[in-house]
Design a protein around this ligand. Structure first.
Ligand SMILES: Cc1cc2nc3c(=O)[nH]c(=O)nc-3n(C[C@H](O)[C@H](O)[C@H](O)COP(=O)(O)OP(=O)(O)OC[C@H]3O[C@@H](n4cnc5c(N)ncnc54)[C@H](O)[C@@H]3O)c2cc1C
Length: 503
């Protein structure tokens, strides 16, 4: 066992959450020594750069092929892969179904893990709607929540109207506004989808990714920052009661073990592997892994009836070069009357010569699911997954209330789709299998008191520990309808501020 020099803060995970924490800690102290460890390695030359923005034509076209459905669950493959690789070093970095990583995840078959530097943040679509109503967890301080949300939006470079609306996108928005526009505050009206991108006048729009949030990740040049890729954190080490002393690391390529001492540890290893690492470190509060949540995913696609809308095929919009959809639109959830979050991504189909033929309206409704302790992760004391960490069993199902809301969403999507063109709900809409949204939450949830129903305090500090923090979607305690990353980013903002206050 070798020892590497001590670091001030160890960040586990180089995804969006880890990079947000690193960025904020660096803004507050240019000399603070930060070490970031990630089990995965870089896809392409620069760790943490989004695949949408790589110069490598092969990687770029592979990415675009996967992302073209507009459904994140399909990105890892429409067919669930259950075959587990022979060994971890054999894996090409990328996204893998949890089942293919050796987890017992049949209850959530489409759940997937990032195994690469930059995590899911180099693959994501970057839709960043803001939370409202029951999604918000301000713990009684709405002003602090609002300020942290603004910080999260700034760091993710959230752009209000990024992809569209084109003229046809405006027609789609008109229909949405007629149906839903009157109810609720103006910021919950149908509108273009906010996206975490850098706006450009033409051509592709670069996505916000770990390497743009914290540029030293992709470019280096920060003498007080050490990035350890291909380095699995196998356990957090503990000293006196209530303190972690650092972590045990294993280099994936050759199995070399080492120990790293750290003043503070922030775990940002996603909603499945953050609780897994705590369990592996014998940190096992009652709420660990419980209240696993994921909104249900109802999806539909309808071809726009051009006659009904008085459109000529020649008038159909084409996407900007380098983008796959013409419009990315948002129907925000809005209280019990409209509990669903709508993500609408539209495409124009072209013939071999690039002439527009038809336009499809891609309608996805995310249905909030009740937070229940019986939906949970269970960690095995005996079996391990591909990484050699405690095997995760996923226990997940829908309550009667959830099922009723899913049926309501199916009715809603049918009547909405019929506004745009002829629609067959049996063949053109479906409820995707659990895991498909990749928006898992709740497994290391925050709470205001250490009463057994939460794992960490509102700042992400693990109950009973002085210097161990968590950040990411797993910390989110509320049932989310919208895409979760912007909301998860609030937990990173809070954890970074708390770490800054103590270092
Ligand atoms: C195709 C796709 C599209 C998406 N679209 C959207 C969208 O439009 N909007 C939205 O809100 N969300 C979207 N998401 C989800 C979004 O990407 C995630 O919510 C977000 O990136 C999670 O960030 P994270 O840092 O918490 O986790 P991750 O990105 O999963 O990063 C965790 C990192 O931790 C590392 N790690 C785990 N365990 C260990 C360990 N023990 N030791 C060392 N390293 C470890 C992993 O290798 C990984 O790199 C999408 C995801 C995908 C894949």
């Amino acid at each position: 066992m070798t020892h590497i020099p001590r670091t001030d803060v160890l960040i586990v995970g180089s995804g969006i959450m880890g990079s947000l924490v690193a960025r904020l800690l660096r803004e507050s102290d240019p000399a603070l020594h930060l070490t970031m460890a990630d089990g995965g390695t870089s896809i392409g030359g620069a760790p943490g750069r989004h695949l949408h923005d790589l110069d490598d034509p092969e990687l770029w076209s592979r990415y675009n092929e996967k992302v073209a459905t507009g459904i994140q669950g399909m990105y890892t493959g429409a067919e669930v892969v259950r075959e587990v690789a022979d060994s971890l070093p054999d894996l090409t970095p990328g996204m893998f179904h949890a089942l293919a990583f050796g987890e017992d995840a049949e209850a959530m078959p489409q759940a997937a893990l990032a195994w690469n530097a930059g995590g899911m943040g180099v693959h994501w679509t970057a839709a960043t709607p803001w939370p409202a109503g029951d999604e918000v967890f301000d713990f009684g301080d709405p002003d602090a929540w609002a300020a942290d949300l603004i910080t999260a939006r700034r760091l993710l470079a959230v752009t209000p109207a990024a992809i569209g609306p084109t003229k046809v996108g405006e027609l789609v928005l008109d229909v949405l506004r007629r149906r839903y526009g009157d109810a609720g505050p103006a910021d919950r009206a149908p509108q273009p989808m906010p996206m975490a991108v850098t706006p450009t006048p033409s051509g592709p729009m670069p996505r916000t990714a770990p390497g743009t949030i914290f540029p030293a990740l992709a470019e280096g040049g920060d003498p007080a920052f050490t990035l350890l890729t291909g380095t699995l954190v196998t356990a957090l080490t503990q000293g006196d009661a209530g303190r972690v002393t650092g972590a045990r690391l294993r280099r994936v390529a050759d199995g070399t073990e080492s120990e790293l001492r750290a003043g503070t540890v922030v775990v940002c290893a996603d909603a499945l592997r953050t609780p897994q690492l705590l369990y592996a470190s014998r940190i096992r509060p009652e709420a660990l892994g419980r209240c696993l949540n994921e909104h249900a995913f109802v999806t539909a696609r309808v071809l726009l009836d051009l006659d009904r809308f008085g459109l000529d095929p020649g008038a159909l919009p084409l996407p900007r070069p380098g983008e796959f959809s013409t419009d990315s639109l948002w129907l925000p959830c809005n209280g019990p009357g409209r509990p669903f979050h709508g993500q609408i991504m539209n495409r124009t189909y072209v013939d071999g010569a690039g002439r527009p033929l038809a336009h499809s309206v891609g309608l996805s409704l995310y249905v909030p699911v009740e937070s229940r302790p019986q939906n949970r992760l269970v960690f095995s004391a005996h079996e391990t997954d591909l990484a050699g960490l405690p095997r995760i069993r996923v226990e997940f199902g829908y309550s009667e209330t959830d099922r009723a809301l899913i049926r309501r969403a199916l009715d809603e999507v049918r009547s909405l789709a019929e506004e745009f063109g002829p629609f067959d709900p049996d063949t053109e809409s479906t409820v995707l299998p659990p895991g498909s949204s990749l928006h898992l939450t709740g497994t290391v949830r925050a709470g205001v008191t250490d009463d057994g129903t939460s794992v960490c305090d509102p700042d992400g500090r693990v109950w009973g520990f002085d210097n161990l923090y968590l950040a990411g979607n797993g910390v989110v305690p509320t049932a989310m309808a919208a895409n979760v990353t912007l909301t998860g980013a609030v937990t990173a903002v809070r954890a970074a501020r708390a770490v800054t206050a103590r270092t």
